[in-house]
Design a protein around this ligand. Sequence first.
Ligand SMILES: [Zn+2]
Ligand SMILES: [Zn+2]
Length: 425
Amino acid sequence: MYQSPRGTQDILPEDAAVWRYVEQRAAEQARRFGYGEIRTPTFEDVGLFLRGVGSGTDIVDKEIYRFQDKGGSELALRPEATASVMRAYLERGLASRPQPVKLYSLINLFRYDRPQAGRYREFRQFNVEAIGEEDPLSDAEVIAILWRFLEELGLRGLDVLLNSIGDKVCRPGFIQALVEYYRPRVDEICADCRRRLETNPLRLLDCKNARCQPIADGAPKTIDHLCADCAAHFDRLRGYLQAIKLPYTITPRLVRGLDYYTRTVFEVVPPIVGGQSTIGGGGRYDGLAEEIGGKPTPGVGFAAGLDRIIMNLREQGCPLPASEVPDAFFACLGDDAKHCAVMLADRLRREGMAAVVGMGDRSLKARFRQAEASGAPWTIILGENELREQAAQVKNGLTGEQARVPFPDLVLHVTGALPSEAPTT
Ligand SMILES: [Zn+2]
Ligand SMILES: [Zn+2]
C-alpha cells in the first residue's frame, strides 16, 4: 500500500468545495482591483530561485525541491511565486504594457519543511503582484486586496502589521545604528543573532528567541531612519489605507532580510492563539528585477497561505459552502427500469441538473438508503408499475411531497419546483 508523501494532502470533494469557494473569492477580489490572472510553470530554472529568493534563506538553503531532468537541466519546484512572476514580466515584455502590470495567481508551491498544523510540503497560495510602479497607491491596493478578501470570508480579529524598511539610500544608515546598538549587547543575544550581527543585521529584529525579545524591542526603528522620499512614500501609503478605513498597526520589528526588499513590508496575523503564524504577508521588492538580470523595476505584492486561511475559517466557524449534492436520485428496480432511468437522467442533465442513477442490483430498501446517502432532494422511483404507466413516483425529501409524474413532464416537475438554493446539510 502506498501512502501520499509526507506533507502532502488529498483534497476530497467535500473539502474541494471549500477550496473552490475560497479561490473564487480570491479571484473575485483581485478582479475588483483590476488584476488579471497569470499562470507560471510549476518548475523553473533553479538559478531563478537562488537569485530571486536568495541563498542564505531557509527556503533556498534547506527547503527547495531541486532536481536535474533527463536533459541535464538544473530545475526546482517553485517554492514561492514572486520570482516566477517577475521572470515572466521581464521575459514576456510586460514592461511595454501600461504600468503597473497587475497580476494574481492561485498556485501550489513546494518546500521541504517540517509539516505541522496548516503547513505542508505542497501548499497553496493566493499571490498578488503589482509590477512597474513605485506609487504607494499600488502598495495600498495589494494590502487592501488581502484585507478585503479575508474580511469578506468572515474572518475576524485579524491585524495588519505594517512597517517601512527604507531603501538603498537610507537603509545603510539604519543598519549602522542597529549594529552600534547591538555591539555592546553581544553577550546577551542568542547564537543566531550573534551570527546575524555579522551577516544580516536587519534579521536581528525578527528573532523569535525569548532572551532576544527585550533587546530587539529596544532597538532603533527603521521608520525613524527613513530618508525624505521613503518617509513621504510611507505617509502616502498610510493616507490611502486610512481613506478606506483599513486598520493597521505600525510594527517596527517587522522586516524582510533580503537586500532587494524596499520600503513597505506587511503581514496579516490571526488573533493570538497559540502563537500561530502569519496567514499572509508581503511588501515592496524594487531590487528584485535587477537581482534576476532585468532592468530596475519596482514591484509590490503579497502571498497568502490558503491552507492556513481555510484552517482559520474552520476555527472561527465562518460560513462555508456545504458539499455539493445531486438534484435527483433515480431509485430503480430491475434492468428495464434502470434503462429507462438512464434516459430520464440524461434529460435532466441536459437541463443542467445533477442526476444520479443508482447502480448495482439492489432491493428497493437499499435503493432508498442510496438515495438518502446521495443527499439529493428529489428521489425518482421506477419499477415495473411505473414503466407500464410511463409515470414515475417522484418524492421531494425536503417538503415530503410525493407525486406520480408522467415521463414527459418529469423535467418540468423537477426543475420548476426545485428550491432556488441548494439545501445545506
Ligand atoms: Zn536572537
Ligand atoms: Zn529611503
